[in-house]
Write a protein that binds this ligand. Structure first.
Ligand code: GLA
Length: 390
């Protein structure tokens, strides 16, 4: 494979010899519906992409970690050690792999020797297509292979999430790491985040394409209001629990919620919780609709999801709203919504094959006219999970 050869050449240039290097890949992800439900015990419906992150890695005879990213060549080789796995701002992107190595060690999967690793990703950085979760799951895969460990994909996802929560400091849910570690070609994953039970649903839809629309408005999860939203939901749940015995917002139906929402003191928190509850219901209904072949209903629920994220959860912003509203007006569009955390990043659109060019032209024109810089569009394929390529 072309990428493998390119990666090995680059590895040799940076680290001297690629004779013993192994090559790995982990995908990025896009979520079709079920946003901001994963830390509320609700359902999500993401899928892995064929774009993602590659790495070439070779074992060292000492305990050093030497890491290089072909995406950030100006940062050069960043050095660390298995005996010094602590977060350091100046270590930049290498904090992600370091966090994974530390969390894995704490679960009984330590690396005994150091590694030289070269990473290269083709997920647009900061786009909300989970480049960081992709690096995390990829690092888990490398570690599993070099360590000879037999842990499964779900464990790998949990290690990645723990690295994000405890090492990086972003209180994300399990969706991104799970979607990446458990990806299956042409399938989306219907995951119940309360139990981690899941089911694959085929999403290769005849004559329909998935188009990702990138606002090109960069978003760092850490700086965003992500943790604030999560805290608002936790507080709303605690208020609800004074009147009803419920383990999570995802365990409530919308009609139950209507009965009890008066217990939430602030109108803002009430709206946040309402989003979590209604989005979970929409996700369950959307998957049923898809299984019944009712694509129009699936698209309608995607649109409703965006409105709820815009009005109740308030995580869209002018860039995402401009893209999505423009897409809704294009004939041939089945549904469109923001995807991922929000606050910039990407939207996802299901569109009839024959309307892809019109979509890109019309939405692209409207976006540049309103926002002042261009959006980017990717017609994507649903890919499989992570693995070793060589
Ligand atoms: C980010 C987080 C996920 C999830 C989404 C919103 O991608 O990493 O855990 O909460 O936002 O659905």
């Amino acid at each position: 494979m072309e990428e493998t050869q390119r990666l090995l050449r680059e590895f040799e240039r940076i680290f001297g010899s690629a004779a013993d290097a192994r090559v790995y890949f982990a995908p990025g992800r896009v979520n079709l519906i079920g946003e901001h439900t994963d830390y509320n015990g609700g359902h999500v419906f993401p899928c892995a992409l064929t774009i993602g992150t590659y790495a070439a890695a070779a074992v060292r005879s000492d305990r050093k970690l030497r890491m290089y990213s072909a995406n950030f060549p100006e940062e050069g080789v960043i050095e660390g050690s298995l005996d010094d796995l602590v977060y350091r701002r100046e270590d930049g992107w290498t904090n992600y792999p370091k966090g994974v190595i530390k969390e894995a060690a704490e679960r009984g999967y330590p690396l005994r020797q150091g590694l030289d690793i070269l990473y290269y990703g083709n997920i647009p950085n900061g786009s909300g297509l989970s480049s960081s979760a992709s690096i995390e799951v990829l690092t888990g895969e490398i570690l599993r292979d070099f360590g000879g460990y037999g842990f499964d994909g779900i464990t790998n996802a949990l290690i990645g999430q723990a690295a994000e929560n405890r090492f990086i400091g972003v209180n994300c849910g399990i969706m991104d790491q799970f979607a990446i570690a458990m990806g299956k070609k042409n399938h989306a994953i219907f995951l119940d985040t309360a139990t981690l039970s899941y089911e694959y649903a085929p999403v290769a839809m005849e004559g329909i394409r998935i188009v990702i629309m990138n606002t090109n408005h960069k978003r760092g999860l850490g700086e965003s209001k992500y943790n604030e939203r999560r805290a608002e939901c936790e507080q709303a749940l605690a208020e609800l629990q004074t009147v009803v015995d419920v383990p999570s917002l995802g365990a409530l139906t919308a009609s139950d919620f209507a009965k009890y929402e008066g217990a939430i003191a602030s109108p803002v928190r009430r709206r946040r919780a309402r989003h979590a509850v209604t989005e979970n219901e929409r996700t369950i209904r959307a998957v049923t609709a898809l299984k019944e072949g009712n694509l129009a209903e699936f698209g309608r629920l995607m649109n409703e999801s965006h409105k709820s994220l815009r009005d109740d959860y308030e995580v869209t912003g002018i860039e995402l709203d401009t893209l999505v509203t423009a897409a809704w007006n294009v004939p041939g569009v089945i549904g469109a919504r923001m995807t991922g955390a929000g606050f910039g990043g990407c939207a996802v659109c299901l569109v009839k094959e024959g309307s892809v060019d019109t979509l890109i032209r019309e939405v692209g024109g409207k976006y540049e006219e309103t926002i002042g810089y261009p959006a980017a569009f990717y017609v994507v394929e649903i890919g499989g999970g992570p693995g070793r390529l060589r």
